[in-house]
Design a protein around this ligand. Structure first.
Ligand code: ATP
Ligand code: MG
Length: 382
């Protein structure tokens, strides 16, 4: 009987710092919604410590320390470990076994064509000293995705080339060895603003590595301070000047976070973001008013997340337990797919009775022939 494909979600984050509001709108908020809608058969969230080490080999402490921070961020954002398996990448050895096999299916030129890798290499300025592990992490990430039978990867725009790479590997593996892997699809955030949230400094992407973040765990005062010193429209010098909302990070954040209720609560002069934007573009609306509103909107969103984090921080051992149990469950799932994939590749040496028998028969035949020949020679000597 044809096996029906399960709906499986998998996403992850690198434990290189606490999670920021870019992660929240790019992926985390979606995961919580999907979890609560209950449309998936299985849901996995991975803390990618091995991937984080690819460009942090000299600073393992940073990766180590941030595993718990990312876990706390997940749980405080509303991930429920009874519905979602949260696990640590390095604790699932099957992922690395298949990274090796998948490496044989991807050429070097394909690897360096990956646009996200290209821009990340530029950003990190490795020069001639690119760690091989960093260059090949898209293959390792393909393994993370494929070894869980993932159908949907909710992630930001930068992950599109990674999911494409995983699709190609699945396709090639299946063509060579037989149907084992499901080709995954990316689920991008609905709005442009949430696909790649810019940094508070106006840089294209809010990123832990760039230090231009508002963290989910920042306190209300810090959020306010960061918002008040945000980069805005440089041509909007006085209140009366007409302003630009497009490409203006303050408005992009509002796009990603502000709901009509926020206007009713904090800025009732405007019904919604369209009205606020129109006023800013006309002129006569100052940055300070808009920023104060944004700070309130962000703090309103972050308040319950911070409160939950505060509670969770009282039981760090409990959070590690969730990760330990999640990792055990993840190993079980990955092994169930690994068994099928090894079988397809013929690596199931010890369970392949038919092959063992066939090889035995061939040897028996050889021995028989040799014995016959020996008997004949002995006979003819007489
Ligand atoms: P690093 O600088 O260490 O790479 P990062 O901030 O880029 O960290 P990742 O752990 O690489 O974060 O990304 C985790 C997830 O968050 C991915 O799905 C990614 O698409 C999403 N994401 C990260 N930054 C943003 C952003 N600024 N806007 C939208 N989504 C984002
Ligand atoms: Mg990244």
């Amino acid at each position: 009987m044809e096996e029906t494909i399960k709906k499986v979600m998998l996403t992850g984050d690198r434990p290189t710092g606490r999670l920021h509001i870019g992660h929240y709108v790019g992926s985390l908020r979606r995961r919580v919604e999907l979890q609560n809608e209950g449309g998936f058969d299985e849901m996995f969230i991975m803390i990618a410590d091995t991937q984080a080490l690819t460009d942090n080999a000299g600073n393992p402490q940073k990766v180590r320390d941030n595993v718990i921070e990312v876990a706390l961020d997940y749980l405080s954002a509303g991930i429920d470990p009874s519905k979602v398996t949260i696990f640590v990448q390095s604790r699932v050895p099957q992922l690395f076994e298949f990274t090796s096999y998948f490496m044989d299916l991807v050429t070097y030129s394909r690897l360096i064509r990956n646009p996200t890798i290209k821009s990340e290499l530029d950003m990190r300025g490795f020069g001639e000293s690119i760690p091989t592990g960093f260059l090949t992490y898209p293959i390792s990430q393909a393994s993370d995705i494929l070894m869980f039978g993932t159908t949907i990867v909710p992630a930001g725009e930068d992950q599109m080339p990674m999911v494409e790479q995983a699709q190609e590997i699945a396709h090639k593996f299946n063509a060579l060895y037989g149907e084992v892997f499901v080709e995954p699809k990316i689920m991008l955030p609905e709005t442009e603003a949430s696909r790649r949230l810019p940094g508070t400094d106006g840089k294209a992407k809010m990123s832990k590595s760039l230090g231009n973040c508002i963290y989910l765990s920042d306190d209300a005062k810090t959020v306010e301070k960061k918002v008040m010193s945000m980069f805005t429209d440089p041509t909007h010098l006085t209140i009366t000047d007409p302003g630009h909302t497009e490409g203006n990070p303050v408005f992009i954040y509002l796009e990603a976070f502000a709901k009509d209720e926020h206007f009713a609560k904090y800025l009732p002069e405007y019904k919604n973001l369209d009205e606020l934007k129109a006023h800013y573009e006309r002129g006569g609306l100052g940055d300070v008013t808009v920023k104060r509103f944004l700070a309130k909107v962000l703090n309103d969103t972050l308040d319950p997340i911070r409160a939950r984090r505060h509670e969770l921080e009282k039981d760090i051992a409990g959070v590690y337990k969730i990760l330990e149990e999640g990792s055990a469950k993840a190993r079980e799932k990955a092994e169930s797919i690994a068994i099928r994939a090894r079988r397809a590749m013929g690596l199931n040496y010890f369970e392949n009775r038919k092959l063992i028998e066939k090889q035995q028969k061939a040897y028996n035949k050889e021995h028989e022939a040799a014995a016959k020949l020996a008997a004949y020679l002995a006979q003819s000597k007489k």
